[in-house]
Structures are given as C-alpha cells and as structure tokens.
Design a binder for this molecule. Structure first.
Ligand code: SAM
Length: 240
C-alpha cells in the first residue's frame, strides 16, 4: 500500500488525514526502519508493507468502534512492541489517552523516542509485564479499552487485558484467520475474568488478508487472583 493508497483507503472509511498526520506517519516509518537496524522491532520494513500491515491494520479497529474516533477515551495497549496498534490510533485520533505496555526495555525506549519526535501528548509508556502491572491499583480497572495485537492467543490475552478494563469498558480483540477458534478456546477465560462477547466484525485488508475485530464487553470485576504470576497465563491458559 503506497502512502497515497493509505490516504485514499482511510478517506473511504471517513478518516481524512491532515498534512501534519501524514508527516507524522512518514517520520514514524523512518524512525522504525532506522532503529530496526540496531534493535529488533519488526520483520516488516518495506515501506508499502509498513503502511498496510502496521499503520492501516492498526487503524481498522476504529472503523468498527466509532467512539475511538471522537471520544476522550483511555486505551491501554498490551505488548505494544514498536507501537501497534496504539500509536497509529493516537496520531489519527489525538483526543485518545494512550498507555503502552511492553516487557522489553529496548522497545519501550523506541516508543519514548517516537512520542517525543512526533510531539504527542497524552501518552504513557510503561516498562513491565502485563501480569505485574495488572495487579497495580494505579492501572487496574482504570481503562475504557484494552487491546493487544500479535501478543498471544485470546485465552491468554484475556488475562493480560481484562484486569485493566473498567466495568462498562471493552477488550478490543484484533485477530487474523484464527480468531473464531481462539475465541471459542478463550470463552472460559473471558467469562471468568468478567468479559462477554458483544460483537464481531470480519473484513479483509486491501491485500485480501482476513481480519477480525471482536468486542468483548466487561460487565463484572475481574477476580483479584487474576492476572496470575508472570509467565503463568501463557504456560497454563485458563480453560485449556
Ligand atoms: N503489538 C505489536 C505489533 O502488533 O506489532 C508487537 C507485537 S510483538 C510480536 C509482541 C510484543 O509483546 C513484544 O514486544 C513483547 O515484548 C510483548 N509482550 C509479550 N508478552 C508480554 C507481557 N506478558 N507483558 C508485556 N509485554 C509483553
């Protein structure tokens, strides 16, 4: 996807980028490929691929969750890595208040540099594991939305994300073709942690790759014993 195709595809979804936002994406792309030579951030480095598989793909969640476009909501991105999906969302919808969590210090450093260079405000970056931060009262049940892209299967992600979501908020699941199977396997975890599937959207990226956005509403508090100790959710997923 060229930069021009990216701009046009977003226009079709009702999103009109400003000159400043187009430049912020350009700067972000340049920082990503430059830093990627020293620190492993992404396997995707070809410009058209970055615009499609990172930038555009990150924004698709806002095609279906319209409050992300307009409302002053809080969103936590678990395992943000090089900033996906939360940084593209922040660039396009600056009213969002974003918290990015990652376990790797080198990725956290990169995120901090991008936030500074792009002059973004209303962004917090936290170095640590979701299992530890999810037990911190400053972060627990404080967010309107939690999401995580390419971090773990849904049963594990439920334990990484739902502890952060307020009752009345949602876990936004972003998945590829394994979405339905992962959701079925994760059903027990979602219910136990206070979540209920509300809506599913399936669509394709412009290159034909299948994508799903599943909206899991939080309607009950997460029991205190979750998330379990760091490493346990992935080793022993709830319900497996
Ligand atoms: N979300 C980004 C994306 O879509 O490009 C990054 C995906 S990368 C494959 C997974 C990231 O999750 C890594 O940066 C890793 O450090 C982080 N991660 C994995 N498990 C984690 C955990 N339990 N807590 C915090 N970060 C975690």
């Amino acid at each position: 996807m060229t930069v021009e195709a990216f701009i046009i595809a977003l226009e079709k979804a009702g999103i009109n980028l400003t000159e400043q936002q187009i430049q912020q994406f350009e700067l972000y792309f340049n920082m990503l490929v430059t830093r990627n030579k020293q620190v492993n951030l992404t396997a995707i480095t070809e410009k058209n691929d970055v615009y499609l598989k990172h930038f555009y793909d990150s924004l698709t969640v806002a095609f279906y969750v319209s409050a992300l476009r307009t409302d002053d909501k809080t969103l936590i991105d678990i395992g943000a890595g090089a900033g996906f999906p939360s940084l593209p969302l922040k660039i396009v919808f600056p009213q969002l208040r974003i918290t990015m969590v990652d376990a790797l210090q080198k990725r956290v450093n990169f995120l901090q540099d991008v936030v500074t260079e792009l002059n973004l405000s209303g962004v917090e970056i936290v170095h640590g594991r979701a299992e530890d931060i999810g037990q911190d009262p400053n972060y627990r049940e404080k967010f309107d939305y939690a999401t995580a892209r390419a971090v773990a299967r849904t049963s594990v992600l439920a334990e990484y994300t739902l502890p952060f979501v307020k009752v009345g908020g949602s876990f936004l699941v972003m998945k590829g073709s394994a979405a339905e199977q992962e959701l079925a396997e994760g059903q027990r975890a979602l219910t136990l942690l206070g979540g209920t599937l509300n809506e599913t959207f399936d669509f394709s990226l412009p290159n034909g790759d299948k994508r799903y956005v599943q909206i899991v509403n939080k309607n009950k508090k997460t029991p205190k014993q979750y998330p379990r100790q760091a490493g346990t959710p992935n080793k022993k997923p709830i319900g497996h």
